[in-house]
Each structure stands twice: as structure tokens, then as C-alpha cells.
Design a binder for this molecule. Structure first.
Ligand SMILES: [Zn+2]
Length: 476
């Protein structure tokens, strides 16, 4: 099977044919760290995390670059309003984004470059564009991309300049309204430390420029996949592609765009207030449940986010993680290393076919739930060999979606996979076994005493038909 992906530049499904066999280079536009992340901001991180996980399981070595836009007009304006340095504002929200990604089990990118760390590369790119006749100087240090000089402008979004809205403010020194800023002179009211000395004059980079410069720095002239939210296609991605191709680079071979998150049919934005910040949602839902709600819809379909959709995700997660827990209690926990070693080709064929079909996670999830039924049947029948195999396959499939219940960060309690965690599990099992024996011999006083001892240590136990389960108090 070959992985096919929907390329939004050619508007067609295309076989994934990497430039370097066995390797995939991906650039993903990351966060502009201007405020608290809300769940809409996290969708692309999750969608592309599934792509990365599937590529790795399919045997590819993946390089993922996800940038941090730590300087732009909005950051400057908001920091000024709050009376703090713009860089302090940017660092603060960069950390918020990092912890939100971590909470939702998004694997860290290979490289996470900040725009402000790549000003030299950006200046070099601007100079190259001037030299090649695709950029010109305006007033002061201003430099603009000359859209008319590049006939392919509009190729990504298939529009001609006559029908485009110009994405930027009108500036008196532009030759054409469609031209966009590559390098900007500082404005009088901007802080002095928001500009860098350069041969172009003191200034700061335009937003689009940074991604072209950083993609080139970390992935080379030509790379496999460029990703981002659908709202970035124009003008941001159109401009990125124009800059890089006008500089003589091949740039991205495939463009993947994820749809956005809506609430009541409306695109999630600032107007919806603070109830949908990641922090607020995680106060009322487990992180795995939020990941399930955002990550199990096809990346090109809109996620309609509501308490109902969270509730459905919670139900599905409980069934899946509950089964995995019961299976592990019965036949032991299949080690993570074994789960990670399952190759794409060893997974149920229908699951692999669904993922290879433009990451069709809804069809893949149907196979996961079929495996769950199979596993529950094995649990009921006491067929331990089938049960172990079910646990392994189910967890490996869920891991492609970033949702193996025994993987970081879903595991509650002590540090996942640590020796302390294993030791705790052994001790609890020994006490539970003693208590089971006490109950069998009707020594209720001893059974209660053992339960109270566990409770005093912060461990809750629950007697069920198929045995005794335990969890740490307060663990989600
Ligand atoms: Zn970008």
C-alpha cells in the first residue's frame, strides 16, 4: 500500500513519494504566541501529529519543523497594552502552547525554531530576492515582494491577482496593492528592541518571510510536505511559496491543510471568550478526551466542538481505556516497546488502508472499535492468547492516533514507565491479593483494614465482577 495524501495545491490525491527514500521532511506553521491557546489552535498540532505517527509506523524517518512566531504586530500591540516587554509576552504564551501540546500528547517537533532566532537567514533571503529582481525597496528600510515579477503568484490558491484581496494594509510606498512586506521599518510607537540592524536598514521581518527562511534552514531548498490550517492558505502560504520559488528553491512538494474547529457552526475565535481556552476545557475534561474529540475527525473535515462532542469522546475513551486496563489486569500489560514495534503492515489491513487513504481516521476508528468488540469477547470467553493479541493491536492502532492509554501522558499516577510505577503496582497487587483472600475466608475485619490502609495511602479500590481494580485518588 502507498500512502496517498490530498495535496491542496493540485487539489488532488497524490501518492506520497518522498524526495529521499525512507525520509519525510515536514514544515508546519506553528503558533503565533500572542495569547492563551484555545482548542481551535491545537487542531493542526494534533492533525499533523497523527501524520507523523503514521509515517513513523510506516517506516519513515520523519523530520518535523514547527516554528514559533514570536514577533508580529499582534504580539507588539498586546504586550504594549499589558505594559510588558513584547518578548516577555511571547515567551509566556510560547510556554502555554508547549504545555498544551504536551498535555494533549502531541510529540515534540524535531526542530522548533523561533522567528527571532532566524533574522540573519531572513535578511539573506530578502537580499537574494532583491538580487533576483523579485523584491524592491520602499521608504526607509521597507522591502516588498514584487508580485508582478513572479507570474506563478496565485498558483497555490489558484487565483489571479485581479480577484485577490490584498492581504495587508495599504502602504504608500508599495508599487502594487498585492505586494507584501518582507522587511519593515520600525514604526515610531514600536519598542526599540523590536528591530534588528541589517544591511537593509534597521527593521523587523514580515510574517510570511520567517517560514520560508526557516524551512530552508532546516529542510533545504525542497522538502516533502508543508502543512497548516486552512485559513493560512492565503495570503500566508501563497506568499511563502512565492518567496521561496522566486528565490530559486523548489519548496514544498505537497500541501496539506487541516480544517478548523467550529462552535455552533462558527469558526472558533476570540469572540467566543475564554471558555474554550485549552486551560478552561481541561478543567472540565480529561486531556485524552479532548485529544479524542479533536483528533478522531478527518483532518480536512470541520470539528464541531461542543459539550456533546466532548461527552461522546469521553464515552468512547472510557470504553477503550477501560478495556485495555481490564485486559492488562488479566494477561499483564503488553510493554510499550512491543506496542511501538508493531509496524504498519502488521496492523489490521483495513486500519492501514484507511490511514493510507489520506489519513482517514474515521474509517480507521471503525476498525479500532471492531477490535474492541473482539477483545471484550475474548475477555468474556477467558481466551487469554486472543486477549493479549487484542490488547497489543488495539493499543498499537490507538497509538497511531496518539491515544494508547498506557502511553505518556495518559497514564495517571507516578511517572509513566518508571521503576517506581512498577513497584507501586506490585505492592498494590500484593495487598489486593491479601484482601481477596480475607474476603474469601470471610475475614471482613481484615479485608476492611487492608482497604483502609490503601485508602490512607491515596489508593482507591473498586470491586467488580471480574476482579478488583485500583487507582490513585484524584487521578483522572
Ligand atoms: Zn508559515
Amino acid at each position: 500500500m502507498t500512502l496517498r495524501l490530498y495535496d491542496s495545491a493540485s487539489r488532488s490525491h497524490r501518492d506520497f513519494e518522498p524526495l529521499r527514500p525512507g525520509h519525510a521532511g515536514i514544515y508546519l506553521c506553528g503558533a503565533t504566541v500572542q495569547g492563551e491557546p484555545h482548542v481551535g489552535h491545537l487542531r493542526s498540532g494534533i492533525a499533523f501529529d497523527v501524520l507523523v505517527r503514521w509515517l513513523r509506523r510506516s517506516g519513515y524517518e520523519v523530520t518535523l519543523v514547527r516554528n514559533v512566531t514570536d514577533i508580529d504586530d499582534k504580539i507588539l500591540a498586546k504586550a504594549q497594552e499589558a505594559g510588558v516587554p513584547w518578548w516577555a509576552w511571547a515567551y509566556r504564551y510560547e510556554r502555554e502552547f508547549t504545555s498544551a501540546y504536551e498535555a494533549l500528547g502531541v510529540l515534540p517537533p524535531t526542530y522548533e525554531p523561533r522567528a527571532t532566532g532566524h533574522v540573519i537567514e531572513m535578511v539573506e533571503l530578502v537580499e537574494r530576492l532583491i538580487h533576483r529582481g523579485h523584491a524592491y525597496r520602499g521608504d526607509g528600510a521597507n522591502v516588498y515582494f514584487d508580485v508582478a515579477s513572479f507570474p506563478d503568484y496565485g498558483a497555490l490558491t489558484r487565483q489571479s491577482t485581479q480577484h485577490m484581496t490584498s492581504g495587508e494594509d495599504e502602504a504608500g510606498d508599495k508599487r502594487d496593492a498585492h505586494d507584501f512586506a518582507l522587511w519593515k521599518s520600525p514604526k515610531a510607537d514600536e519598542p526599540a528592541d523590536a528591530a534588528w540592524p541589517s544591511p537593509l536598514g534597521r527593521g523587523r521581518p514580515g510574517w510570511h518571510l520567517e517560514c520560508s527562511a526557516m524551512a530552508h534552514r532546516y529542510l533545504g531548498e525542497t522538502f516533502d510536505i508543508h502543512g497548516g490550517g486552512i485559513d493560512l492558505r492565503f495570503p500566508h502560504h501563497e506568499n511563502e511559496q512565492a518567496q521561496s520559488r522566486a528565490a530559486g528553491y523548489g519548496f514544498a512538494q505537497l500541501w496539506l491543510h487541516n480544517a478548523w474547529v467550529t462552535v455552533g457552526g462558527e469558526k472558533m475565535g476570540k469572540s467566543l471568550g475564554n471558555s474554550l481556552t485549552t486551560r478552561a476545557v481541561l478543567a472540565r475534561a480529561e486531556p485524552a478526551v479532548l485529544r479524542y474529540a479533536l483528533g478522531t475527525v478527518h483532518y480536512r473535515s470541520t470539528v464541531e466542538f461542543s459539550d456533546d462532542s466532548l461527552g461522546e469522546a469521553a464515552g468512547a475513551w472510557k470504553r477503550l481505556s477501560g478495556f485495555v486496563t481490564r485486559a492488562a489486569e488479566r494477561v499483564g500489560e503488553v510493554p510499550r516497546a512491543e506496542v511501538e514495534a508493531v509496524r504498519a503492515a502488521q496492523l489490521p489491513q483495513a486500519f492501514a488502508a484507511a490511514m493510507d487513504d489520506d489519513l482517514n481516521v474515521s474509517a480507521a476508528l471503525a476498525v479500532v472499535h471492531e477490535q474492541l468488540r473482539h477483545g471484550n469477547q475474548a475477555l468474556h470467553d477467558g481466551d487469554d492468547a486472543v486477549l493479549r493479541e487484542s490488547q497489543l493491536l488495539l493499543r498499537a492502532m490507538l497509538d497511531v492516533l496518539g491515544l494508547d492509554p498506557f502511553a505518556e501522558p495518559w497514564r495517571s499516577g507516578t511517572a509513566p514507565g518508571s521503576g517506581a510505577e512498577q513497584a507501586l503496582a506490585e505492592l498494590v497487587r500484593a495487598v489486593v491479593a491479601q484482601r481477596d483472600e480475607a474476603r474469601r475466608t470471610k475475614d471482613w475485619a481484615l479485608a476492611d483494614e487492608l482497604r483502609d490502609q490503601l485508602a490512607a495511602a491515596g489508593i482507591l479500590i473498586e470491586d467488580a465482577a471480574d476482579g478488583t481494580r485500583w487507582e490513585l485518588m484524584g487521578a483522572q
